[in-house]
Write a protein that binds this ligand. Structure first.
Ligand code: CDP
Length: 227
């Protein structure tokens, strides 16, 4: 069976990663959370006190940053220069700075190159903001996920609470709308629906239901490859 590339894009906290992960598992494909890469770069800049304005220092930092993913007992973990940073990159401190960092062209260029390398063998599900438009414009299946903003804020709030992070719903809501604004209006590869993307609104769907919709689409596209 020929393998395909599945690109999943959408606004902040709309369930893209959950869907991408489940889809990859069901198809026995690789999964890449491209947002985790931008989050890891952001953490590196915070820890090394590098300002988002200091492009020369960021360029230098990009040469020193190595990001990889490794499956662990608690799911996929992100490693920054050999250290497991999965929990740290999900903090509000990183969420607050990640969109300005992800808007920097040299940062995008470095991440997109690595993401494209990960897809050379196909058989991959990648989620982010520009996967169907910039990273894999020829992906066989592109899904654009949407959900009601209030539902998204509640989902992320509960997720953070479960991880023991003290945060107010209002803070989460503001962060999502701020990131959505920066991500959709930046000059370099803004978040937008690819013309050939299928839209999945999961406001009223649970995880199994959204997976079923996406799996049906994927099977259809995989079968079309064999013909
Ligand atoms: O999980 P959540 O939807 O909150 O965000 P994420 O997927 O972890 O992405 C974090 C941030 O990284 C986004 O708000 C974007 O600014 C940036 N990002 C991007 O610019 N391009 C991507 N392909 C993925 C993420």
């Amino acid at each position: 069976m020929k393998k395909i590339i599945i690109a999943i894009d959408g606004f902040s906290s709309c369930g893209k990663s959950t869907l991408a992960k489940a889809l990859a598992k069901a198809l026995n494909y690789g999964f890449v959370d491209s947002g985790a890469m931008y989050r890891a770069v952001t953490l590196f800049l915070i820890e090394n006190r590098i300002s988002v304005q200091n492009i020369a220092a960021i360029e230098q930092a990009l040469n020193e940053i190595q990001i990889r993913f490794q499956a662990g007992s608690t799911g996929n973990r992100t490693y920054l220069n050999g250290v497991d940073v999965e929990d740290k990159i999900r903090s509000m401190q990183v969420s607050e700075l990640v969109s300005p960092v992800a808007a920097i062209p040299i940062v995008r260029r470095a991440m997109v190159r690595q993401q494209q390398e990960m897809g050379t063998e196909k058989g991959i599900v990648m989620d982010g903001r520009d996967i169907g438009t910039v990273v894999f414009p020829d992906a066989e299946l592109k899904i654009f996920v949407t959900a009601d903003p209030e539902v998204r804020a509640h989902r992320r709030f509960l997720e953070l609470q479960q991880k023991g992070q003290e945060v107010a719903l209002e803070e989460v809501r503001n962060n999502l709308s701020e990131r959505d604004h920066i991500d959709s209006t930046r000059a370099d590869s803004p978040l937008k629906q690819a013309e050939d993307a299928l839209v999945l609104d999961n406001t009223d769907l649970n995880q199994e239901e959204q997976l079923q919709v996406a799996l049906d689409w994927a099977q259809e596209r995989i079968q079309a490859q064999v013909l």
